[in-house]
Design a protein around this ligand. Structure first.
Ligand code: NAP
Ligand code: GLV
Ligand code: GLV
Length: 313
């Protein structure tokens, strides 16, 4: 089997895939043109979320049978065209759920307690003694958390929030009865979630429906003490509008792992001290990135053998 892996993974994939012909890109990210060239005659591609697996790409592949995306989100892949061409698309659900939820909580707490700003202050030797009003922030305990997109990651965030004695509401298209029982969460309308929450955590996928779900109008409806965290996808928030909201203290702060025009980040965000910026590291623990690599390898091997992996999109 001929497999293209588009970026170097923190796991010995070559040993794991021994016996197969592996074209392993350990250099710079591949441009769309290079990606097409190198995938022309491969049976499988292990792709990154930054690779565009679109119509043109799929049309240029002659032997492609499976694309295993090294991510749970698959908005970089034209799944419909792939399916029409008989190309199986796999992703990495479950193995990254807790790790990503933990980053969500990390961002939430860091944004609520202004951790990067106070760390910077201390590192810059500005700490001259304890003060009653030094870097005051927001409590989580007893507050309301609104989770937008109540799937695997959203529900994991809810479980953590219940340990903080938070009141949990969520918005997704369908009611999640089982998760409600497990976490005590309640389904509310998008508007209610936005108005009532002290913390809003976005864990939805990027789709036509979720694109720009959060605009200036949304931030205007939020509490001025609200903290917004995005660990879903950047395009769910209209980034320019978030900058305006933060500049005008319409909300207290934000914690972001994903960006609308990734890897480009709105210059306005860099100038603000009420936002915590992470470079899309949601699933980035050693153990999880290894588990994701194994899952991608297993997925391509299974499809090649004619088996059906559980993690087909
Ligand atoms: P999941 O289990 O499929 O959960 C996504 C949830 O979003 C679903 O339960 C779905 O529920 C809900 N949803 C979909 N469309 C919606 C809409 N229009 N309005 C409200 N809710 C909507 O996926 P997951 O494993 O939790 O991952 C979620 C997303 O997180 C991924 O797609 C990816 O973009 C992102 N992610 C980011 C990182 C990172 O590094 N920051 C890491 C992993 C994942 P309904 O169908 O009932 O609406
Ligand atoms: C990361 O963003 C993922 O979708 O796994
Ligand atoms: C703070 O350090 C306290 O003891 O309250």
């Amino acid at each position: 089997m001929k497999i293209l892996i588009t970026a170097e993974l923190p796991f010995d994939v070559e040993a794991y895939l021994k016996g197969n012909e592996v074209d392993y890109n350990k250099g710079k990210p591949l441009s769309p043109k290079e990606l097409m060239k190198r995938a022309k005659d491969v049976d499988a591609v292990i792709s990154m979320l930054s690779d565009k697996i679109d119509k043109d790409f799929l049309a240029s592949c002659e032997n492609l049978k499976v694309v295993a995306n090294y991510a749970v989100g698959y908005n970089n892949i034209d799944v419909q065209t792939a399916t029409e061409k008989g190309v199986v698309v796999c992703n990495t659900p479950d193995v990254l759920t807790q790790t990503t939820a933990e980053l969500g909580f990390t961002l939430m707490m860091a944004a609520a307690r202004r951790l990067p700003q106070s760390e910077q202050f201390t590192r810059n030797k500005k700490f001259k003694g304890w003060k009653p009003d030094l870097f005051l922030g927001m409590d989580l305990f007893g507050k309301t958390i609104g989770i937008f997109g109540f799937g695997r990651i959203g529900q994991a965030v809810a479980k953590m929030a219940s340990g903080f004695n938070m009141n949990i509401v969520y918005n997704s298209r369908s009611k999640k009865t089982q998760a409600e029982l497990l976490t005590g969460a309640t389904k509310v309308s998008f508007e209610d979630m936005v108005r009532k929450s002290d913390f809003v955590v976005i864990t939805a996928p990027a789709t036509e429906e979720t694109k720009h779900k959060f605009t200036l109008e949304t931030f205007k409806q939020m509490k001025s003490s609200a903290v917004v965290v995005n660990i879903g996808r950047g395009e769910i928030i209209k980034e320019k509008d978030l900058v305006t909201a933060l500049q005008n203290n319409m909300i207290f702060s934000a914690g972001l792992d994903v960006y609308e025009f990734e890897p480009k980040i709105d210059e306005g965000l860099f100038k603000l001290d009420n936002v915590v910026l992470a470079p899309h590291i949601g699933s980035g623990s050693y153990a999880t990135r290894e588990a994701m690599a194994k899952l991608c390898c297993d997925s391509v091997l299974k499809v090649y053998k004619g088996e059906t992996p559980k993690n087909i999109v």
